[in-house]
Design a protein around this ligand. Structure first.
Ligand code: ZN
Length: 766
C-alpha cells in the first residue's frame, strides 16, 4: 500500500564523521577501515562474503519472478494469492531455506453493490470500471479483478448535495468554515493526496457529512504530470485508486486488536467496529468525477484547491446532488504469510528480519511485486552463499506477507501472535514494498542511521556508477536551500534518514513491538499513475518502471548487505549519536511550534479586534473571520530538555567508547554478548506499555503515524499531537512521561558504554 514517496535525504550535523569511505574512494584505498562492530579479521572475511553476495542477484531472475507473480490478480482471498504463496514457499525451500506458511483469518470485505449517480441538476451514471487496454495483455482479466472500491467502507445508501472539500484534511474544513460552507448532511468529494485516504471519510464524518467520494485528479497523477497509460506512465481517465479506509486507532485485522487472528481467536463483532468508516466511501476516476464536479455551483474554490480538469472548480453545496450506494460482503478470509529462515550459527535466538508483502489490489507488478522480487533474490543468493560455506551468526528470517493492502494484516497478525518472542529476539526489521528507478529512499530508526549510510557507500548506483550514497549526497547538495546546508552536506557526515510513519509492514514491528526498523526503496525517476489500479502490471512495469531491473538488483544488494552485516557483527552496529541528534531536533521543533502557535493566536485575536478580516474581503462575497482562540499556555519543557541533554551526553560517551574498542582491533566476546542484549533492547525501551493517549496499540514514544495524516509521521507523538489538537493540558502531562522514556534510554546507553569501556581495558591488557 506504500504510496510513492517524497523522501529527501538531508544531512545532520554529526558528532563524529563517518569512518567508512565512499564507494568511489573505497576502490582506490588499499585497506578500508574495519566495519563497525567487527574485529579487523572478521571485517575482512565479512567484506569478502558481502561482495560474493552482491554479485549474485540477477536481473533476469527478477524479471521472471515478476512475470509469474503478477500474471493474474492476487488480492486477499483470490486463488492466485494462495498460488503465489505456495510458489514462494517452494522457491524458498528449493534455495535451502527452512520455510513454512503461517495462515491467519481476517475480515476482508469485498464489493457486493456499488452505485454512484448524479441526480440533479442533470443526470449522469458513473462507470466505476477500468476498461482493458489493447496493448496490455493482463488488463482484460476482468472476471478476476476486484472491482474499484475502498475496503472497510461501511454499507450505506445516501442521496445528498455534493460539496468539494479539496483533499478533505482538517485544514480544508477550517477553510470551508471561513467560506461559510458546512458539509452537514452533504456528500463530500475529495481528491486523493494530502493524507492517507482513510483520513478523508474520518474527517468528513466528524464534520457531519453522510457520504464520501475520493477521486484521482489529473493534477496529481494524470495528464497534468505526464502522458497517460498506455502512451505514458500516468493515470488514464478511467484509472481508479483502490485502497483501505479504516480509522487510525490500530493496525491489522479490525476484529482482533493486539492479538493474532488465528482460527479460533476471539473476535470483536463487525457491527460498530471502531476501524470501519462511519459513512460510505467510494473511489472514482477523473473520468467519472468530471461531470460531478462540473455540476457543483456556489463559490469558486481557493486557488490551491484547483485541480487539472478543464472546468471551473466550485465548492457547492449543490445544486449537484448525488446518490451513493455501497455494500460489501463481510467475509472472513484466510491469508498466507510465507516465512523462511536461515538459522544463525552462533546466536540463533537473535533475529534479523526482512519483509515485503506479496498480495496486491489487482496484478500489482510495482506494488508490491517489484519489492518482493528483490527479497526473493536476496533469499536465493544467501541460500547460494550457505552452499559455499557461509553461516550467518544470527538467524535471518524472510517474510513474504499477505494481506498488506487491506491494513497490514499479514505482518500485524504475525507480529501480534509472536510478540513475546519477537520482543526478546528481534534485532532489526528491514522492509520494502515497491521499487523504481532513481535514489534510495531510507526511512527508519535513527539508531540505524549510521549503519545504513555505511551500507549505501558500498553499493554502486547501477546507472551512474557512483555509490548509492554519493548519488544521494550530490542530489541533496543540488537541492540544498542555502550555503550553510551545502557546506554541511559536503563536510561528510551521514545522510539523514527520515522517520517512519505508516503505510507498510514495518508499522507493527516498530510501533507495536518496538523493533528497530527500516524501509528501503529506489524512487524519483520512474513516477506514474497506476497505483492500485488494474494497470499496475507487468506491461506497465517493463515499459515505464525499472524496465531492465537494475534497480531491483541494487535494492537486493543494499538490503542483503544490510542483513548480512547486522547478522554477522560481533558487536551490533547500532549507533546513538545520530539518534540523540535527531531527538534533539524534535524537542526543538516542539518548542518552536508552541512559540509559533502563541504568536499566531495573539496576532489573529489582534486582527479580529482591528476588524482586519472584514475590511480586506470583498463585501459581496461571504467570508467568516476565524474564531477567537485562547492563547496557548507556556508548557514546562524542562523534563524533556534534561532528558535530551542526558541522551546527548550518553550517546557521545558511547560513540567514544565504541571508537576506542574498534581501535583495539578485536572484541572480548563475553562483555560484548551483554552489550548486544542491551542494544537489542534499546528500541524496545522507546515504547511504553500504555502506548499513546487514545491509541494504546501504538507504543513507540518517538515515532507514530499521525492520527490525522496516516502516512505522515508524528515524532514525539504523545506531546506533538496533543499540541496540534490544542490539548495543552494533555501535552503538559505527557512531557514528563516522554522524558522518562528518554532518561531510561540514556541509562541503557550508559550501561552499554560502561561495559564497552571495561572490555576495551581488558582487550588492551591482553
Ligand atoms: Zn504495497
Amino acid at each position: 500500500m506504500l504510496l510513492a514517496r517524497g523522501t529527501a535525504l538531508g544531512l545532520l550535523p554529526l558528532l563524529a564523521a563517518s569512518t567508512t569511505p565512499g564507494f568511489a574512494q573505497a576502490a582506490t584505498e588499499k585497506e578500508p577501515a574495519a566495519l563497525a562492530g567487527y574485529s579487523t579479521a572478521a571485517s575482512a572475511a565479512e567484506r569478502g562474503w558481502e561482495s560474493k553476495f552482491r554479485a549474485l542477484p540477477s536481473t533476469d531472475n527478477l524479471r521472471e519472478y515478476m512475470r509469474h507473480l503478477s500474471a493474474r490478480p492476487h488480492n486477499v482471498g483470490s486463488p492466485y494469492d494462495k498460488e503465489n504463496a505456495e510458489w514462494i514457499l517452494a522457491h524458498f525451500k528449493e534455495w535451502g531455506l527452512d520455510a513454512e506458511i503461517e495462515t491467519f483469518y481476517v475480515l476482508f470485505p469485498t464489493p457486493r453493490e456499488r452505485a454512484l449517480e448524479l441526480v440533479a441538476p442533470t443526470t449522469f451514471k458513473a462507470k466505476l470500471q477500468e476498461p482493458p487496454v489493447a496493448v496490455d495483455p493482463t488488463s482484460n482479466q476482468q472476471s478476476e479483478q476486484l472491482p474499484t472500491y475502498n475496503a472497510y467502507s461501511i454499507d450505506g445508501d445516501v442521496t445528498a448535495p455534493l460539496v468539494y472539500v479539496n483533499q478533505g484534511v482538517r485544514s480544508d474544513y477550517e477553510q470551508l468554515d471561513r467560506m461559510g460552507i458546512s458539509v452537514k448532511g452533504a456528500i463530500v468529494i475529495a481528491r486523493y493526496g494530502g493524507a492517507w485516504r482513510g483520513i478523508k471519510p474520518k474527517v468528513a464524518a466528524e464534520h457531519g457529512a453522510v457520504g464520501c467520494i475520493i477521486y484521482s485528479d489529473p493534477r496529481d497523477d494524470g495528464y497534468s504530470v505526464g502522458d497517460t497509460f498506455p502512451n505514458g506512465a500516468y493515470r488514464p481517465q478511467d484509472g481508479v485508486q483502490r485502497g483501505a479506509v479504516t480509522d487510525t486507532l490500530y493496525e491489522g485485522d479490525p476484529l482482533t486488536p493486539g492479538y493474532g487472528s488465528t482460527k479460533d481467536a476471539k473476535r470483536l463483532p463487525i457491527k460498530d467496529n471502531p476501524l470501519i468508516t462511519k459513512i460510505p466511501v467510494l473511489p472514482i476516476s477523473y473520468g467519472d468525477a468530471q461531470p460531478l464536479l462540473a455540476a457543483i455551483g456556489g463559490q469558486a474554490v481557493p486557488p490551491a484547491w484547483r485541480g487539472g480538469l478543464p472546468i471551473t472548480y466550485h465548492v457547492g453545496p449543490g445544486p449537484a446532488k448525488v446518490h451513493l450506494r455501497v455494500e460489501s460482503n463481510w467475509d472472513i478470509k484466510p491469508i498466507y504469510d510465507v516465512i523462511a529462515r536461515i538459522p544463525g550459527s552462533e546466536f540463533p535466538g537473535q533475529w534479523i528480519l526482512r519483509g515485503n508483502h506479496h498480495d496486491a489490489w489487482v496484478n500489482g507488478a510495482e506494488d508490491p511485486i517489484s519489492g518482493q522480487v528483490a527479497l526473493l533474490e536476496e533469499a536465493r543468493s544467501m541460500g547460494e552463499l550457505v552452499k559455499q560455506g557461509w553461516r550467518p551468526k544470527r538467524t535471518i528470517i524472510f517474510c513474504a506477507w499477505d494481506g498488506e493492502e487491506p491494513g497490514l494484516l499479514g505482518s500485524t497478525e504475525w507480529v501480534e501472535t509472536h510478540q513475546d518472542e519477537l520482543r526478546k529476539k528481534a534485532v532489526m526489521y528491514v522492509n520494502s514494498d515497491s521499487n523504481g528507478r532513481g535514489f534510495l529512499g531510507v526511512e527508519g530508526s535513527h539508531t540505524l542511521e549510521h549503519f545504513i549510510n555505511g551500507v549505501m557507500r558500498d553499493v554502486p548506483d547501477p546507472e551512474t556508477k557512483l555509490s548509492v550514497w554519493k548519488r544521494s549526497q550530490l542530489r541533496a547538495i543540488a537541492n540544498a536551500r542555502n550555503e550553510s546546508r551545502r557546506q554541511e552536506l559536503r563536510s561528510r557526515g551521514d545522510l539523514h534518514i527520515e522517520a517512519l510513519g505508516s503505510g507498510s509492514d514495518y508499522t507493527p514491528f516498530l510501533d507495536f513491538a518496538g523493533i528497530a526498523s527500516m524501509n528501503l526503496g529506489f524512487y524519483g525517476e520512474s513516477g506514474g499513475g497506476i497505483y492500485h489500479s488494474v494497470y499496475d502490471d507487468f506491461y506497465w512495469y517493463t515499459h515505464f518502471g525499472d524496465t531492465d531491473f537494475v534497480y531491483g538488483r541494487a535494492l537486493a544488494q543494499v538490503s542483503g548487505t544490510a542483513l548480512m552485516r547486522m547478522a554477522d557483527a560481533e558487536l551490533l552496529p547500532f549507533g546513538f549519536h545520530d539518534f540523540a541528534d535527531t531527538v534533539h531536533s524534535y524537542v526543538g521543533e516542539l518548542k518552536d511550534y508552541l512559540k509559533a502557535q502563541q504568536t499566531d493566536v495573539e496576532e489573529t485575536n489582534k486582527e479580529l479586534d482591528e476588524g482586519v478580516f472584514t475590511a480586506v474581503v470583498d463585501p459581496k462575497k461571504s467570508s467568516i473571520p476565524p474564531p477567537r482562540k485562547a492563547v496557548p499556555p507556556y508548557l514546562n519543557f524542562a523534563p524533556l530538555e534534561n532528558a535530551d541533554a542526558a541522551l546527548t551526553a550518553s550517546a557521545l560517551r558511547y560513540t567514544r567508547a565504541l571508537s576506542l574498542a574498534q581501535g583495539a582491533g578485536e572484541f572480548d566476546p563475553q562483555p560484548v554478548a551483554r552489550i548486544n542484549e542491551l542494544l537489542i533492547e534499546s528500541e524496545r525501551k522507546l515504547t511504553t506499555q500504555a502506548g499513546l493517549p487514545g491509541r494504546p496499540w501504538f507504543k513507540h514514544q518517538i515515532y507514530a503515524p499521525g492520527a490525522y495524516t496516516g502516512y505522515g509521521v508524528k515524532t514525539l507523538p504523545a506531546v506533538r499531537e496533543a499540541m496540534e489538537q490544542d490539548k495543552w493540558k494533555e501535552a503538559d502531562d505527557q512531557i514528563p512521561l516522554v522524558a522518562k522514556v528518554l532518561e531510561d534510554e540514556a541509562a541503557l546507553i550508559e550501561q552499554a558504554t560502561s561495559l564497552l569501556e571495561a572490555s576495551s581495558k581488558t582487550a588492551s591488557a591482553k
